[in-house]
Design a protein around this ligand. Structure first.
Ligand code: S3P
Length: 183
């Protein structure tokens, strides 16, 4: 295992997975963590646990700006933890505040890149808990994803590594991440 230099907390390894909603960040991050035998945290779950509300309830009660502020605060907290960690971000995390700069300094980051078709096929089945897309259906959803991804791509592409995930099994994606960590 190489030593990954982390300017926030030099002695601990942080591996960060980013990408659009539905790109498989949590599933992949969990497997990477199991393989490396280090802890895994999903940023959305961490927010839910600390705020005592679902993401949908936070958006509804406090609004998106409040959510983004909390998201940034918890991200900093996690990147500063004195332990090795695989962290799955929320889809929007790299795109707000100065989160992408912090991620760049504090972690070995991976962008799980999926096509619009893959994302819309997946998200049409699991949009209810995602406040930004819950109200769209079919073509509307696909159009929203296309525009949204266009706006966000610039942030995602600042990740240190990009992994194309269309048509790949979870194990294959995990293996690609592991091999990039060894380089
Ligand atoms: C969001 C993605 C969600 C969650 C919130 C906002 C986004 O996370 O953080 O609903 O802005 O893309 P997932 O990518 O885990 O669904």
């Amino acid at each position: 295992m190489p030593i990954i230099h982390n300017t926030i907390n030099q002695q601990f390894m942080k591996i960060v997975l980013m990408g659009y909603m539905g790109s498989g960040k949590s599933t992949v991050a969990k497997q990477v963590a199991i393989g490396l035998d280090i802890p895994f945290i999903d940023l959305d779950d961490y927010i839910v646990e600390h705020e005592n509300k679902s993401i949908a309830a936070i958006f509804k009660a406090e609004g998106e700006i409040y959510f983004r502020l909390q998201e940034s605060k918890y991200l900093k907290q996690l990147l500063d933890q004195e332990q090795d960690l695989v962290l799955a971000l929320g889809g929007g995390t790299p795109c707000y505040a100065k989160n992408i700069e912090l991620i760049g300094k504090a972690s070995e980051s991976f962008y799980l890149r999926a096509s619009i078709n893959t994302l819309s096929d997946r998200l049409v089945k699991e949009k209810e808990q995602r406040p930004l897309i819950a109200s769209f259906d079919g073509e509307q959803l696909k159009e929203f994803i296309a525009k949204h991804l266009f706006e966000r791509r610039n942030f995602y592409e600042q990740a240190k590594h990009t992994i194309a995930i269309d048509d790949k099994a979870i194990e294959e994606i995990v293996e690609e991440i592991r091999s990039k960590l060894k380089d």
